[in-house]
Design a binder for this molecule. Structure first.
Ligand SMILES: Nc1ncnc2c1ncn2[C@@H]1O[C@H](COP(=O)(O)OP(=O)(O)OP(=O)(O)O)[C@@H](O)[C@H]1O
Length: 343
């Protein structure tokens, strides 16, 4: 384990009577904003509870900030903030009262707790409403309070369980912005779970993907979203001939020029790049046909694609066995990814 590793697990396993929630999970997480991705039931919340020292692992070991999860739970919880997934706020107290209480629980003296609470609530975007009972808050306001209580004791690491749950697209973007700033402004590392892949592409430096409690992949977001050898091409309709099928004719002409072309839904054609001359061939062919170019760019991988690959494996029966009988996997991810894209 390097000095900078914030989370490390080795063969971490959690078995419940009917299900294996974590299955020999070995992973290392460096400082930064790290996404923990998995469909519902993949084992994300279970992992968080084990990392906090709140639930014992059946097998395997782990350290958080160099502290042992089996024996140093209280020391971990002093240094780590936790935002739970579900609504857990008492309706009849105000955000200020609640966050001051949580700060005191973390060991801050009264005056420091009040000061840190005011700063933290302001940071998450709660102002006058922080004196009102939380029962009347919107989902977005409640999520902000949950985030504030995770930050109030100035932790080195925060574990955020589905912080965008229940938020509309604007609220989701604001929450993602806040999450990035937790790291960029305060140097606090973040582990954030979600089942919406689109969100993580924009927010995280690194992604840990789990499925059925097993590690599917752990690597930088950039490596997930690196360039493909495909050129995305989009053209205008013909300026004068309404019956001219621009995409079909262009596909035909590019194929005749020796290029491999396929359609990508709506109006985008994907052309395999065989060399620098592919760009020139596409540009010249579009020009010859009297069309305009709307888009000519090298395609990047989407995080969702790794789950399409997984889906093929599922169909070929490579993803079964004990602990995998749950309703999750590629189909759920794809639905979730699609939801994320709409945001
Ligand atoms: N206390 C428990 N007793 C029995 N089974 C459990 C318990 N907690 C979790 N599980 C099971 O373990 C698996 C992983 O659950 P977990 O809550 O960690 O998933 P998750 O990825 O966080 O999904 P979600 O986002 O839906 O919470 C699920 O099949 C769940 O039903």
């Amino acid at each position: 384990m390097t000095v900078s590793t914030v989370i490390k697990t080795d063969g971490l396993t959690k078995r419940f009577p009917r299900v294996t929630a974590l299955d020999r999970l070995t992973v290392e997480v460096e400082p930064g904003v790290v996404g923990l991705v998995g469909a519902n039931g993949a084992g994300k919340s279970t992992l968080i509870k084990i990392l906090l020292g709140l639930s014992p692992a059946t097998e395997g070991t782990g350290q958080v900030l160099g502290l042992d999860i089996a024996t140093q739970g209280p020391a971990i919880r002093e240094r780590v903030g936790y935002m739970p997934e579900h609504d857990c706020l008492p309706p009849d107290v105000s955000a200020t009262e609640f966050v001051v209480h949580m700060a005191r629980m973390s060991g801050l003296p009264a005056a420091a707790a009040r000061e840190r609470t005011a700063d933290t609530l302001r940071h998450v975007g709660l102002y006058e409403e922080r004196y009102r009972p939380m029962g009347g808050y919107s989902t977005g306001m409640k999520q902000r309070v949950k985030l504030a209580q995770a930050l109030v004791h100035d932790p080195q690491l925060v574990l955020l369980d589905e912080p965008t749950n229940g938020l509309d697209p604007v609220g989701r973007d604001e929450m993602l912005g806040l999450i990035r700033r937790i790291h960029s402004d305060f140097g606090i590392s973040v582990l954030v779970t979600t089942h919406l892949l689109g969100e993580l592409e924009r927010t995280c430096d690194h992604l840990v993907v789990i499925d059925g409690g097993k590690l599917l992949r752990s690597s930088s977001t950039a490596s997930f979203t690196g360039s493909t050898q495909l050129l995305a091409v989009e053209v205008t309709d013909h300026p004068s001939d309404r019956t001219f099928d621009a995409d079909a004719v262009l596909t035909e002409r590019l194929a005749a020029a020796g290029l491999t072309v396929r359609a990508d839904g709506s109006r985008i054609l994907l052309v395999e790049i065989t060399g620098d001359e592919t760009y020139d061939t596409v540009r010249d062919t579009v020009d010859d046909l009297g069309l305009g170019l709307i888009r000519l760019e090298q395609r990047r991988h989407r995080v969702a694609e790794i789950f399409s690959t997984r889906s093929d494996e599922d169909e070929h029966g490579e993803h079964g066995g004990p602990g995998h009988g749950q309703e999750h996997g590629a189909a759920a991810y794809q639905a979730a990814a699609a939801g994320g894209e709409q945001a």
